[in-house]
Design a binder for this molecule. Structure first.
Ligand code: MD6
Ligand code: FE
Length: 164
């Protein structure tokens, strides 16, 4: 995908579900079609939806019903710079994030992108529920010191489930 400024995003992204998050010269938004093909995103597997729902419930969120799933792919050294997730209409609902493959460092900057980050390691199989006071915090990802995963090597996939 391209940034609104016309640059290529560092990492590769795709989606499944009713709508998917996209970035292009017109900005950031959720839409039902893949802008690179014009086709609808693939259906969200039921197992993704139920995993999202049970993780949100475990963190005491009520009524979370994910209909959008953003999938990010990183190779060693690639990063996602500090950003907020704020294109979802109901910010009282969390984002459920599943990490697969190579480990990565998740950076939490808090309420300003210029704050020094708190760092959390995310490993294969980790599930994070991102909501309440953290929901609008700036955050990013680095993979520069990541260890290879036994089967996926230097590849990381992050699957985020969202209600849009
Ligand atoms: C990633 N995740 O882990 C990128 N955003 O590759 C995110 O940007 C993210 O994990 C909002 C909520 C949870 C996340
Ligand atoms: Fe994010």
């Amino acid at each position: 995908m391209l940034t609104p400024g016309g640059k290529r995003l560092n990492i590769s992204m795709t989606n499944c579900g009713e709508v998917g998050w996209v970035s292009d010269d017109k900005g950031y938004r959720y839409q039902a079609e893949d802008p690179t093909s014009g086709r609808k995103w693939p259906n969200m597997p039921n197992a993704f939806k139920t995993l999202g729902q049970s993780a949100a419930q475990a963190a005491r969120f009520e009524g979370f019903c994910p209909n959008a799933c953003l999938i990010n792919h990183y190779q060693a050294g690639q990063k996602l710079s500090a950003h907020q997730d704020k294109n979802e209409p109901d910010l009282s609902q969390p984002v459920v994030s599943v990490s697969l493959g190579m480990s990565a460092t998740f950076l939490i900057h808090g309420n300003s992108r210029n704050n020094r980050a708190q760092k959390i390691q995310l490993h294969d199989g980790d599930v994070m529920v991102w909501g309440r006071s953290a929901r609008l915090m700036y955050h990013g990802v680095e993979t520069k010191q990541s260890q290879p995963h036994p089967t996926l090597g230097f590849h990381r996939f992050n699957v985020t489930l969202r209600q849009v």
